[in-house]
Structures are given as structure tokens and as C-alpha cells.
Design a protein around this ligand. Structure first.
Ligand SMILES: Cc1cc2nc3c(=O)[nH]c(=O)nc-3n(C[C@H](O)[C@H](O)[C@H](O)COP(=O)(O)O)c2cc1C
Length: 247
């Protein structure tokens, strides 16, 4: 229940870890971010682990070729109030399967959805994977990538894959502290599941990673629940003009 006294209805957070191993540093990192966020504000969490679903993704070109479990995960991503995404660095980028999964996400579904970016790599030298690979991917979706991302290296973890680095913990705290006002402000939170339903059903039937779609309709976003209301303030532009410029 929201009130003006600072209590909030739980945020529906969907976390995605692209780590394929068990145990996985990426999973541990994403879990730590979730823990930190959960201490600060009520959250419902759906955690998608590629260590569990990675092998179910390969080979599919159409979304309806994916196992039901993955289709359900995609629906959760599309209905989330906010995402926390993490990937291991493979060959200087996110993993191919991580990209493959997001290729199946309906391309207008994440407009204005806050996304916290995280990655783990073997080397400091690939820390900019957050800025040069992950941020552009989520900018494509017109998501709100949060300003502070979190990058960890093998040195930040114990042999049991728990986090041992104080600097990394501080970075997680900073990332979550900076994310909180944005996450809690989102006026459409909790309502996205309803507005996204039809899009998700359509995507389950038609979406193929080989198909380019016209972006003729942008769903109510977290930041602008009614695009029409926002557009009506821009009286010198027609809806048509605005909608054709969203791609
Ligand atoms: C196939 C493969 C490619 C990798 N390529 C890179 C790389 O280009 N840069 C890097 O910093 N680390 C690289 N690594 C190291 C992993 O990113 C790192 O160990 C990561 O934390 C593993 O995450 P996980 O424990 O969640 O699997 C690579 C690892 C594998 C298995």
C-alpha cells in the first residue's frame, strides 16, 4: 500500500543472471544486489538463472518454440517494475545466450523500466562491458538504465563464491541507494502486469528473433502512464509524429 508517509507496495523485481555455472559469481553478485535492495524497500522477486534455463534457450528462433518455463520467464521480464540484470563477461561481452534471451523480449515492453546493470569478469580490463555492451542493449529497449552499475572480478569472491571485497559491497550499496528514489517513484508500478498482458500473449505467438517489427504502439510506461496525456501538452506535435519517432 502506498501512502505519503513513505511506505510502498512491494516492487516486482525481476532479476536475471546470465551465469551458466553452479555456483556462479554472477548469480552471487545479483543475489547480493537483491539482498541490499530488499533491506531498503519491500520487493517481490522472480530470479531467472541461466544456470537453470540456459540449456533451454539454444536453437529457438521463434518464441513459441521455447519451453513454457522460458516463455513464462520472458513474461515476467516484460511485466517487471524493475530489472536487475547480470552477465558474466564472455569474450569481451555479455554471453550469447544472454543476448538470445533478450532478443525474445517484446521490444516496446521495457520502455522506461528501470534496469540495474551488473557483470562479473575475470579481469578489470573488461569493466566497461557495462557501458559498452549492456547499456546500449537496454537503451535499445528505451529502458531507464540506472546510473550506477556494478562490476565484479574473480578477485572479489571467496573460493565458495561469496563476496569478500569491501569495495564491491560499497559499490552495491551505492548502486542501490542511487536506484531507490527512481524505483520507488515509478507511478505505474504494480500496474505493468495488467497493461503488458496482451503484448506478451501476442509475442508468445508471433515473436521471432528474425523479425523486425514496426514500433507503432508504445505501452504506458513507468514514467509516463498515459502517453496521450503527455502528448496533449505538446500541442504543436501530433500523436502520429511522436509515435513515428520513438524507434
Ligand atoms: C568462455 C569464457 C570467456 C570469458 N571471457 C572473458 C573475457 O573476455 N573477459 C573477462 O574479463 N573474463 C572472461 N571470462 C571470465 C568470466 O567472465 C568470469 O570468470 C566470470 O566471473 C564467470 O562468471 P560465473 O561464475 O557467473 O560463470 C570468460 C570465461 C569464460 C568461461
Amino acid at each position: 500500500m502506498s501512502s505519503s508517509h513513505g511506505s510502498f507496495s512491494p516492487l516486482n523485481i525481476v532479476a536475471v543472471s546470465g551465469g551458466l555455472n553452479t555456483p556462479s559469481k554472477t548469480e552471487a553478485l545479483v543475489q547480493e544486489i537483491l539482498n541490499e535492495l530488499g533491506e531498503a524497500t519491500p520487493i517481490n522477486v522472480h530470479f531467472i538463472k541461466f544456470s537453470e534455463i540456459g540449456h533451454l534457450l539454444g536453437g529457438a528462433i521463434y518464441r513459441n518454440q521455447l519451453p513454457q518455463r522460458v516463455q513464462d520467464d520472458l513474461a515476467k521480464v516484460e511485466a517487471a517494475d524493475a530489472l536487475i540484470v547480470g552477465t558474466p563477461v564472455y569474450r569481451a561481452s555479455f554471453t550469447g545466450l544472454f543476448k538470445h534471451f533478450f532478443d525474445f523480449v517484446e521490444q516496446t515492453a521495457l520502455v522506461d523500466v528501470p534496469v540495474l546493470l551488473a557483470a562479473s569478469g575475470g579481469s578489470d580490463r573488461h569493466a566497461l562491458v557495462l557501458e559498452h555492451q549492456l547499456r546500449p542493449l537496454f537503451s535499445f529497449f528505451q529502458a531507464q538504465t540506472l546510473p550506477i552499475g556494478v562490476y565484479a572480478t574473480d578477485r572479489d569472491f571467496t573460493p565458495e563464491y561469496t563476496i569478500k571485497s569491501e569495495l564491491l559491497r560499497e559499490r552495491i550499496t551505492l548502486a542501490v541507494a542511487r536506484a531507490l528514489p527512481i524505483l520507488e517513484w515509478a507511478p505505474a508500478k504494480g500496474q505493468r502486469a495488467e497493461v503488458i498482458k496482451a503484448k506478451t500473449e501476442q509475442a508468445n505467438q508471433n515473436l521471432g528473433i528474425n523479425k523486425q517489427i514496426e514500433q507503432d504502439e508504445v505501452l504506458p510506461s513507468a514514467a509516463v502512464p498515459s502517453l496521450d496525456a503527455a502528448e496533449s501538452r505538446l500541442h504543436h506535435k501530433t500523436s502520429k509524429t511522436l509515435k513515428s519517432n520513438v524507434a
